[in-house]
Design a protein around this ligand. Sequence first.
Ligand code: BDR
Ligand code: CA
Length: 312
Amino acid sequence: MRARKIIIDTDPGQDDAVAILLALASPEIEVLGLTAVAGNVPLELTARNARIVCELAGRRDVRVFAGCDAPLTRKLVTAEYVHGKTGLDGIALPDPTMPLADGHAVDFLIETLREEAPGTVTLCPIGPLTNIATAFRKAPDIVPRIAEIVMMGGAYFEVGNVTPAAEFNIYVDPEAADIVFKSGVPLVVMPLDVTHKALTTRARVEAFRGLGTAAGHAVASWTDFFERFDMAKYGSEGAPLHDPCTIAYLLDPDLFSGRHINVEIETDGRFTAGMTVADWWRVSGRAENAMFMGDVDADGFFALLTERIGRL
Ligand code: BDR
Ligand code: CA
């Protein structure tokens, strides 16, 4: 079987880091590159953190590109209150020694999609959609060449985590999200409705630690760190591992279920900017544009994740 070619667009973030490790540990996936974007922390840190994660996985060969340092039109909103000052708080890891790849992430996205055969590259955005939307604006010819976008973002029944209505990735750059959701590219969306079911219970964290490897130890330490925020906020047993849901979907789509529906991005709302208005009950008559997931087999997801992290 040919490995599936992907580009991960990311703002690490502990859960982004776990998603990257999952992809690098999986032979079914070929990571063409990582494109860093400003989000959980400023760009300088997300570009640094992405390289730390590659080095942790022993993959200095993966190309990491720095991308946009601010949303299309808004001021950057970050989330150090969840992820810590570095974005990867929880364990002290060495500064990366691998350099950033030459060039801008947006140009890498454009060039790669033009070079690779049409329909063979999947994008996995797990941060604000600024890099992707900028690439679409700059080079509209790449849009029909994308196989699929499998992304983490949005919420419907679970409503918002950063405002009462909006999930962080969409809230940070709603104008970019609007461009992506209107693009016509097949979209698979992992909203909070799913990721809030993928919780790191004590037993699941200890399973990572029990692997006895550097990667297992890092995953356990990261999740231990950011758990404290979600447990205090939601009273849940652990924290949601949002971003790895995208990569798990590529490996085993049957772990997830949802509906192919219309999803629009609110860009103007006084209280609702960044909301994903998901027509779950198909009442709007608007055309379907996204596979919006609603459920996950959490035990299956963690079994897959633990087994794969164990390979690193
Ligand atoms: C999303 O926001 C970030 O804090 C996480 O990395 C994830 O991508 C969850 O709302
Ligand atoms: Ca993220």
